[in-house]
Ligand binder design. Structure first.
Ligand code: AGP
Length: 606
């Protein structure tokens, strides 16, 4: 977690750092701070709370200097207060660091340092890094950082400055770091959007890279000091693509970006003429007997849809695991397993470690990933990029629908390659997939959005919510409940509708809104029976029906129509309605949907 920015060049560093941190607040906003080297000393200013608190502080006392580092924090060790905010400096203020990640052995290191006379100001794990570097320093900062890092265990993106040096030393293990290459200036950040206003030439640092930045360039080496070659990539996203683009929030902007995101996911991969899917991956579809899908949160729910689609269309046994469990449950993995990890960021530590676990046992690995150059992509055998574009809103929206669409293509590809799907069935599904951007566009028509807003506001004061769906849309219900919880803080549960009678039915009374996905499907009648069970207990049913289903409308207290879609692609269309229900509930309650409490966009701690 946490966001990092670094700058060296001719500009005033404060401006670069603050604008970069503003793009990284999605990584945490418990506190923010910057350190600026003015040529004679390093000045540090930091403040608990969102970046605006730091900006207010700086308004009164701007900092001058053209070398600086900045940090926005998501607290792990120590309260989110001013003292625990980064940067952290040594007692004499000569060495200053920022850190993203967790130093797992910090307590032992801290005890040792204290016994050798070091005095700590904060409760963070990160502060040990400043003291370790100080202890190892003998005139060469690069060597001191290397010696310090040799003692730590854990995850880090670390950026270091020293008062005697016009330069920055940085390193990463697990936590991401990208370097921006300008003309006569250099940048560092945890993520690309922080740098887009200044440069599009980026170097994605690899796990175990250390880098030294000067005004006129950079040197990359491994943690043992061996020089490494890294290529400069030209990033095509413009700064605008990572901004809100006229919407009130990133989340709403990203909800509306879905038709475009889906086009990007599907583009060039569906061939109508031949009915083939081209995924541009090297995977041999006959080289495995089972599939393990591994992910967290929303990506996990996309994986559940993937399970349904792959088993239905390609007849391969699939199991889906929450990554944090997979790692520790001693899973049965072999060379006959294809492990598919799903992740928007490509940095989620639970998923990354689960990937490593699967690799250890010889599984083939494939990623369904959004972030180009992310840690997972460098360790996977193959990556199926979803191309959803940068997702800033903490609550994932467009990445989810793009992931589900990627699974649809994967299932189609596997089904055709393994002969479980006829040409005719393949063509029908390919056509349905191709329709997705248009269907989602339709799902976002103003009158539909207004209707969802009306219903959301009607139930916004509910204490709890229940979401129900069946078959390929059970995960849609789970995702709907997660979205609502994340941004409105209303307690929500989700069940496969047929499971409700085995327990959750006890929750139902006249105060419980029950959102039921009852769009066109083989199981529609059964879903409607479950709706009757809710109504018989006075629950309030919000019924999501396919356009034109007037017959079933009488079973809902409130009906929301969604565009009619092929059952296999309906989770994508229905997810949009779930996102809007959560969004308008949260905004009716005045919640900050882009910065929901306790959450961070990229979870790089276990
Ligand atoms: C989604 O709204 C979440 N905030 C969260 O569940 C997220 O999907 C999860 O942390 C996984 O992230 P990833 O896709 O970047 O791996």
């Amino acid at each position: 977690m946490c966001g990092i920015v670094g700058y060296i060049g001719p500009r005033q560093a404060q401006e670069v750092l603050i604008s970069g941190l503003a793009k990284l607040e999605y990584r945490g906003y418990d506190s923010a701070g910057i350190a600026i080297h003015d040529g004679a000393q390093i000045d540090v200013k930091k403040k608990a709370g969102k970046l605006e608190n730091l900006s207010t502080l700086l308004d009164g006392q701007p900092m001058s200097g053209s070398l600086g580092i900045g940090h926005t924090r998501w607290a792990t060790h120590g309260l989110p207060n001013d003292t625990n905010a980064h940067p952290h400096a040594t007692e004499d203020g000569r060495i200053v660091i920022i850190h993203n990640g967790i130093i797992e052995n910090y307590l032992t290191l801290k005890e040792g340092l204290m016994s050798r006379g070091h005095q700590f100001k904060s409760e963070t794990d990160s502060e040990v890094l400043a003291h370790l570097i100080e202890e190892a320093y003998a005139g060469n900062l690069e060597e001191a950082v290397r010696a310090a890092l040799a003692q730590v265990r854990g995850a880090y993106g670390i950026v270091v400055t020293h008062v005697d040096h016009r330069g920055i030393v940085a390193a990463r293990t697990v936590s991401p770091l990208v370097m921006g290459v300008g003309e006569g200036e250099m940048f560092l950040a945890s993520d690309v959007p922080a740098l887009l206003a200044y440069t599009r030439n980026m170097v994605f640092l690899h796990d175990g890279d250390m880098v030294v930045l000067n005004d006129d360039g950079f040197r990359v080496m491994d943690l043992a000091g061996n020089p490494q070659q890294r290529t400069i990539e030209h990033i095509e996203w413009d700064a605008e693509a990572a901004e809100k683009g006229g919407f009130d929030t990133y989340m709403l902007k990203e909800i509306y970006e879905q038709p475009q995101a889906l086009t990007n996911t599907l583009i060039g991969r569906l061939h109508d003429e031949t009915g083939e899917v081209n995924l541009d991956i090297n995977l041999d579809p006959g080289s495995f007997k089972r599939i393990s899908i591994i992910a967290c949160g929303t990506a996990f729910y996309a994986g559940l849809v993937g399970e349904y689609l792959i088993e239905q269309l390609a007849r391969i046994p699939v199991e889906v695991d929450v990554a944090s469990e997979y790692r520790y449950r001693d899973p049965l993995v072999s060379e006959n397993t294809l492990a598919i990890v799903v992740s928007q960021s490509g940095e989620t530590i639970d998923t990354l470690e689960a990937l490593r676990e699967a690799k250890k046992f010889g599984a083939k690995t494939l990623g369904v990933i959004n972030a180009k150059g992310s840690s997972m992509t460098r360790e996977l055998d193959d990556t199926l990029y979803i191309h959803a574009g940068p997702e800033i809103g903490v609550a994932s929206t467009k990445a989810y629908t793009s992931m589900v669409s990627a699974f649809l293509m994967l299932a189609l590809w596997l089904g055709r390659a393994r002969g479980t799907l006829s040409e005719e069935q393949g063509a029908e599904l390919l056509k349905a997939a191709r329709e997705l951007p248009r269907l989602v566009e339709e799902a976002l028509a103003p009158e539909r959005v207004a209707r969802i807003k009306e219903v959301a506001e009607k139930y916004a004061t509910a204490r709890d919510y229940l979401f129900l769906g069946r078959g390929v849309n059970s995960p849609t219900a789970y995702e709907g409940a997660l979205k609502l919880k994340e941004i409105s803080y209303i307690h929500a549960e989700a069940y496969a509708a047929g499971e409700m009678k085995h327990g959750p039915i006890a929750l139902i009374d006249e105060n419980l809104p029950v959102a039921v996905i009852a769009t066109e499907s083989r199981l529609l009648e059964k879903t409607i029976s479950n709706v009757q069970e809710v109504r018989a207990r006075a629950g309030k049913v919000i019924l999501f029906l396919s356009d034109g289903d007037t017959e079933n409308a009488r079973h809902g207290d409130d009906v929301i129509y969604v565009p009619r879609a092929h059952e296999m692609v309906s989770p994508v269309v229905n997810a949009v309605a779930m996102q809007l229900l959560a969004y308008f509930t949260a905004t009716a309650l005045g919640k900050d949907v882009d910065k929901p409490r306790n959450l961070a966009k990229s979870v790089t701690v276990e």
